[in-house]
Design a protein around this ligand. Structure first.
Ligand code: PMP
Length: 324
């Protein structure tokens, strides 16, 4: 039976068996760094396609480095562990994979050095996070994006997501789908869990990395597709809030959100209010790539078969035999 699956304290186990002591430093102080990775199920291939796992683990290692969290495994070794988790879960559907490097020591005091670290990873079934077709209704958040001088936004620190939680909750309670956050200077930063890009005069523009954004893997992939396949120019620069209102197209990108067009912001229609032509072309390209339907970008996906089936295909079936 497919089930949520986990690797923690150097062992694989069903997620429901995973336990953490209450005094775990990461729980007391938010001292952990994480990734969100997708396993996209391919019916044709009968396997999950993990999207750019090595790039995710390179970013996790950077986050851990910033946060003094020991993560001795290489990005490739972490990707292998993750493949074990996804295969072990046995799902025949899209999964969300959550690797976390965390301060596992049970110590009072926020100091990072001298506190033990561990790596864990789990996989659960997961569908769409935001609607990729409708045109999202967004709100500029009253919460500002946390600045690099307080908590570095380029490190995916668990505790930092209190900032996202406040912004997302405010937007949803006000009847919107997602929040767009400005940085302390009042310039556009990103969504609560997504990078943002706009289309103006046929060019793609996204806030500079120094505007307190997470350096996203989805936007990096989409920009590569835009450049290579559509010949579009990409610009990283400061974006004003009002520039979003007059952009031809605005979209959010992220592992959970994929590429989701913004139809309305602060009660102003963006473009036609419907997914624009460039967003739609990028969506088509991106969805084909993540489902393994574009051979040119096959190196971005890692196929993993559900473990029971991988075993069954190696072992001759005998009457009454059980797959473990
Ligand atoms: N910004 C924030 C705050 C996020 O949480 C995410 C999701 N990880 C992103 C941007 C997009 O990053 P990625 O495309 O690597 O998932």
């Amino acid at each position: 039976m497919p089930q949520p699956y986990c690797y923690i304290q150097k062992r694989y186990m069903p997620l429901e068996e995973a336990r953490l002591p209450v005094m775990t430093h990461a729980f007391l102080y938010g001292t952990a760094v994480f990734e969100g990775v997708r396993g996209n199920w391919s019916e044709e291939r009968g396997e999950s396609l993990i999207f750019r796992p090595v790039e995710h683990f390179q970013r996790l290692k950077q986050s851990a480095h910033i946060m003094h969290i020991e993560l001795p495994q290489s990005a490739e070794e972490l990707a292998d562990i993750t493949a074990g988790v996804v295969g072990g879960s046995g799902y025949h559907e899209d999964t969300y994979i959550r690797p976390i490097a965390y301060k596992s020591g049970e110590v009072i005091g926020p100091k990072l050095d001298g506190v033990e670290s561990d790596f864990m990873c789990f996989a659960i079934p997961f569908g769409n996070y935001l609607d990729p077709d409708a045109g999202l209704r967004c709100q500029t958040s009253t919460w500002r994006r946390v600045p690099d001088t307080s908590i570095p936004a380029r490190a995916k620190v668990n505790g930092l997501y209190v900032n996202s939680a406040l912004a997302k909750t405010e937007a949803v309670e006000n009847g919107f789908d997602e929040a767009i956050m400005l940085n302390d200077d009042g310039h556009v930063s990103e969504g609560s869990g997504e990078n943002i890009a706009i289309v103006r005069h046929g060019r793609l523009i996204t806030p500079a990395r120094s505007d307190n954004v997470l350096e996203g893997i989805t936007i990096d992939s989409i920009f590569e597709l835009a450049r290579e396949e559509l010949g579009l120019e990409i610009i990283e620069r400061t974006i004003d809030r009002s520039e979003l209102y007059v952009a031809d197209e605005v979209f959010l990108t992220g592992t959970a959100a994929h590429i989701s067009p913004v139809g309305e912001l602060d009660r102003r229609t963006i473009g036609t209010g419907k997914p624009g032509p460039i967003t739609k072309q990028l969506q088509k390209l991106f969805f084909d790539v993540i489902r393994g339907k574009n051979a040119k970008y096959e190196h971005w996906v890692r196929g993993v078969k559900p473990v029971d089936e991988a075993k069954a295909s190696r072992e001759p079936a005998t009457a009454g035999s059980k797959s473990a």
